[in-house]
Design a protein around this ligand. Structure first.
Ligand code: IYR
Length: 224
């Protein structure tokens, strides 16, 4: 790769310390309102909003700026129904077919999840996130990507944050294995399904588990 041109950093905005503290606290409050939701409303969400949130996700830092992600946004009811059907086959094997170890089922118990995934049809959009394991040059030869999992994980986190900020709810769904998604949405073999992000409005009577997040002492160590 030829060296990029370098330009002055003109987008950085410093905040006075008081404003910085307020901004950090307010954003914490915004993020504390985010909940993973499983009860979706069928209300439509404009495609434009999804596109802007995807562009926000696409600003993520990533290995060698390869941007090794591909977001397949499914609104087509028939494709959604097929995704639900195939995901539920895997989920039945997981929950009922003895595939999940008892320890894993015990860990999920408090969330009340099961093999039924109606949200895959009911929510207006499914964003199938693919990780591009390697790239292809025009002549067909492979190019390496770097830190693919980290990069796609960061971009997905930013996508979830952008959608929450836009007033929507999401569910990160990971049927396993997910290879069926390549065929259903027509992605090549160098792209690996990462997760499905279910996006929309919550149902009026949506319920969420009464769970808490760890406090600062449990999630951090400061060495000053
Ligand atoms: N993929 C299954 C199981 C599942 C696994 C974990 I780890 C969760 O946090 C939630 C569910 C499902 O979607 O039900």
């Amino acid at each position: 790769m030829p060296r990029a041109d370098f330009i002055p950093l003109e987008t950085f905005q410093e905040l006075p310390e008081e404003d910085m503290k307020r901004a950090a606290r307010e954003f914490l409050e915004t993020m504390r309102r985010r909940r993973t939701v499983r009860d979706f409303s069928p209300r439509p969400v404009p495609r434009e909003v999804i596109e802007d949130c995807l562009l926000a996700a696409g600003t993520a830092p990533n290995g060698a700026n390869r941007q090794p992600w591909r977001f397949v946004v499914v609104g087509d009811p028939e494709i959604k129904a097929q995704i639900r059907k195939e995901a539920e086959v895997e989920e039945v094997a997981f929950y009922k077919g003895g595939k999940a170890p008892q320890e894993w089922l015990d860990a999920l118990e408090h969330l009340g999840t099961d093999e039924h995934k109606p949200f895959l049809e009911r929510a207006p959009w499914l964003i199938v996130v693919f990780a591009e394991s390697y790239g292809r040059q025009e002549d067909g030869s492979k190019t390496k990507n770097y830190y693919v999992t980290e990069s796609v994980g960061i971009a997905t986190g930013m996508l979830i944050t952008a959608l929450h900020h836009a007033g929507l709810v999401t569910l990160t769904h990971t049927p396993s294995p997910m290879k069926f998604l390549n065929d259903l949405v027509g992605r090549p073999e160098n792209e690996r399904p990462f997760l499905i992000l279910v996006v929309g409005y919550p149902d009026d009577d949506a319920m969420v588990p009464d769970i808490t997040k760890k406090p600062i002492e449990e999630i951090s160590v400061f060495i000053e």
